[in-house]
Design a protein around this ligand. Sequence first.
Ligand code: GLN
Length: 256
Amino acid sequence: MKKATKIGVLAMAVLMIFSLVGCSSGTTSTSDTKKYVIATDTTFKPFEFENDKGERVGIDIDLLAAIAADQGFEYELKAVGFDAALGEVTSGQSDGMIAGMSITDVRKETFDFSDPYFDSGVVMAVSANDNTIKAYSDLAGKKVAVKNGTEGATFAESIKAQYGFETVSFPDSSNMYEDVKAGNSAALFEDYPVVGDAIASGVPLKIIGEMEKGSSYGFAVKKGQNAELIKMFNAGLANVKASGKYQEILDTYIQK
Ligand code: GLN
């Protein structure tokens, strides 16, 4: 083998190793720009959903786009569902996630969060025509729908023994609403702005009682990884708040 060819083979081998390493992390990169992979939920309206044209939009989606434009980073969005997004980030398949994700102490053990960008909390909702569930104590012996991996599910689990109900888990919000509408589950626990939006959009549900557990949403990365992404998110968030773009995004998606 000629020397030049040998070098060529060696260079190829090195390149292959680099591309293999590249594949094993969530980051995809072209020759000069790093492209972050960001996971999100499927339907968590008004934070992420598909509009009539089949485009993925919402507060999270537009906020991320505005922050990326402000900070000059590129990303690819992966709409996999909330629970799956948690897995994507912890396994390193995605670099970060934005999915109406509540900043909690338990999650801080596995994730690093950005500054909070939206205040939220969990509420109970029942079918619009239900007159039997007026308090948690009316849930005794009933089924309650929850969404895998969420704060709503954690809250329901924490009170189910006390109030004597059973939980049924769903991978997404839409199926959870359907189960309550169909009367299989007597109630559900979900984030206030999301149930509020569903009700305003005509989903036949109603909220019972007060917002239970306050929390704020944050952008997240795996603990100890992609620190520069959190830095850019925070810097970009401050800039889009100052420019009025953040308020413009909220005004676009929050139904009055
Ligand atoms: N805010 C809730 C949580 O973090 C729900 C998020 C979601 O369903 N996308 O658990």
